[in-house]
Write a protein that binds this ligand. Sequence first.
Ligand SMILES: NC(=O)c1ccc[n+]([C@@H]2O[C@H](COP(=O)([O-])OP(=O)(O)OC[C@H]3O[C@@H](n4cnc5c(N)ncnc54)[C@H](OP(=O)(O)O)[C@@H]3O)[C@@H](O)[C@H]2O)c1
Length: 293
Amino acid sequence: MDQLDVLRILNLPSVVFGKFSCAPGTDAMPSALPGRANNEEGVMVMSVRTALITGGTSGIGKAAARTLHERGYRVAVTGHRQESVARAREELPDDVLVLQADARSLSDTDRVMSEVEARFGELTTLFLNAGVNHPMTLETWDEAGYDEVFAVNTKGVFFTLAKALPLLSDGASVIVTAGIGATRSLTGSCVAAGSHGAMLAMIPTLALELAPRRIRINAVSPGMTDTPMTRASIRTATEDVAGTMKAMAEHNPFGRLGTPEDVAGTVAFLASDDAAYITGQEIVVSGGAGLAI
Ligand SMILES: NC(=O)c1ccc[n+]([C@@H]2O[C@H](COP(=O)([O-])OP(=O)(O)OC[C@H]3O[C@@H](n4cnc5c(N)ncnc54)[C@H](OP(=O)(O)O)[C@@H]3O)[C@@H](O)[C@H]2O)c1
């Protein structure tokens, strides 16, 4: 009985175990990590890593664009509002591709994939981060806001991943921004929480769909993070944005709000080979917020 027979008996997919591997193009898992390839002499060489970040024109996504770029990635970002896209073009490094696209639109997403393919060929990292929050309660609901939140945060993520699939290299890393509110109570954020919770519910199934190509998918769930979205959300409830943020920081076990860079560092970890065996998981980046009962 050889190792393939053992795998068949255990009903496991064919994977690479040490020197044992199946030929490329068979049902085998890819033998190379993304961004790495064997040259003609069979020596492993580093090739360029590439990342597409949706919602990369502001806040967490923009910080992730900077972090990955600093680590040698070729980076493309999308954003929605004209002024925000223009600002990102000025502020991000010149060689970051900044595209204006609505995450709700499948035709915009097709265009993004064409432009990314033309520029990079393939993607080793996909950070699905575009998101909106329209704070509302059962008494202050807003139907258009509800629809937009689910269209961007849930539908947009699912279809961007589906459309990116042909571009993702074997062994690529997909990271989805969810949020601590998806599993804890946060007044006014019930709808955004639901949209992120829907993604958390999809991730285990997506992880197993992607596993045959050793593509990993994980969620990063920020706690309260100092971004334009957070400030705008607070502004809907009070004019004292600074005072409210200070109070929220004091309430955090680490005594501060998260920074976009805190989340970007976790994204870079999940994108890296250090996370090569992690899939289907959620990492909460909250300085301990949400742990108390
Ligand atoms: N900040 C927090 O405390 C916190 C906590 C938990 C989860 N999150 C989640 O983290 C993610 C990033 O949020 P952030 O705090 O960094 O907010 P942000 O600064 O407002 O950034 C949101 C990004 O999403 C983009 N976006 C919004 N609507 C879009 C659309 N229809 N099509 C394409 N892009 C769109 C924005 O593009 P433009 O600016 O170009 O329009 C922007 O780049 C969101 O999913 C958010 O729900 C944030």
